[in-house]
Design a protein around this ligand. Structure first.
Ligand SMILES: NC(=O)c1ccc[n+]([C@@H]2O[C@H](COP(=O)([O-])OP(=O)(O)OC[C@H]3O[C@@H](n4cnc5c(N)ncnc54)[C@H](O)[C@@H]3O)[C@@H](O)[C@H]2O)c1
Length: 251
């Protein structure tokens, strides 16, 4: 796969941890200059250092995907320091699991919608011009919950169904500009996002029980599919969601 993203400038949101970090490292390893964007400054610079130590090129940046001014500021910085962004990965996300009757349900609904549904819209809007200029590629991180629900996660399920709709609508609208828009639907992936849940509940065992490949995923399981969707290997693929879930959706 060496060189698959040579010459590309890739912005990965939420790249200070988990899946975003794995994608950023994978992109750099196949030649992209990577912008590691995250609300968590320390996490972002740690990822950028890992990439530099491995011989790649990365710029770390603070970004809050819920803040349109922050998204516009990042687009400006990337344009000045690197040039025209050709790959955007909308990966930043949060999860909160609770029933709709919980005291915090309203607050959590708003937070999840802001980050997981409106976030990808905000960042995409900010990077539209360079993506048009480069006939770029957008990869949105959905979920198995773009198709089904899992326990106590109404807001997250709605937001991730929204990511699938966003992917399809944008693929249709931006296809004539040469921009491809696809999504990845991870299954249960062991990252800091679900570390507390894994420690306190049997959620992981429940997922594995419904996963034909019989294991949880690791962040690195998402890297190859992300490179595929970001590179010319998927030149005629747009509007698709690739499940990366060990077969969870087949059951
Ligand atoms: N881990 C899983 O099992 C799983 C499954 C399906 C989908 N996903 C999705 O994958 C994506 C990455 O999740 P992960 O498991 O790597 O989680 P993670 O918590 O390890 O990483 C998420 C990153 O997003 C950042 N972030 C949160 N809010 C932000 C904001 N407002 N602006 C910018 N950055 C922000 C966090 O600081 C963090 O670095 C999310 O969209 C998540 O919904 C994860």
């Amino acid at each position: 796969m060496a060189g698959l993203l040579e010459g590309d400038i890739a912005v990965v949101t939420g790249a200070g941890s988990g899946i975003g970090r794995a994608i950023a490292k994978g992109f750099a390893a196949v030649g992209a200059k990577v912008v590691v964007a995250d609300i968590n400054e320390a996490g972002a610079s740690e990822t950028a250092s890992m990439i530099a130590q491995a011989g790649g090129e990365a710029l770390s940046a603070v970004l809050d995907v819920t803040d349109r001014a922050s998204c516009a500021a990042l687009a400006e910085i990337v344009a000045q320091q690197y040039g025209a962004t050709s790959v955007l990965v909308n990966n930043a996300g949060i999860v909160r699991r609770e029933p709709i009757t919980a005291d915090k349900a309203n607050e959590d609904w708003d937070a999840i919608m802001r980050v997981n549904a409106t976030g990808p819209y905000n960042v995409t809007k900010a990077f539209l011009e360079p993506l048009k200029e480069t006939k770029g590629r957008i990869v949105n991180i959905g979920s198995i919950q773009s198709h089904v629900h899992t326990g106590n996660a109404v807001a997250y399920t709605v937001a991730k169904h929204g990511v699938l709709g966003f992917t399809r609508a944008l693929a249709a609208e931006l296809g004539p500009d040469g921009i491809r828009v696809n999504a990845i639907g991870p299954g249960f992936i062991r990252t800091p996002l679900n570390a507390e849940n894994r420690a306190k509940t049997d959620t992981e065992a429940q997922f594995i029980g419904k996963t034909p490949l019989g294991r949880a995923g690791e962040a690195e399981d998402i890297t190859g599919p992300a490179i595929f969707l970001a590179s010319a290997m998927s030149a005629f693929v747009t509007g698709a969601l690739v499940p990366v879930d060990g077969g969870y959706l087949t059951l």
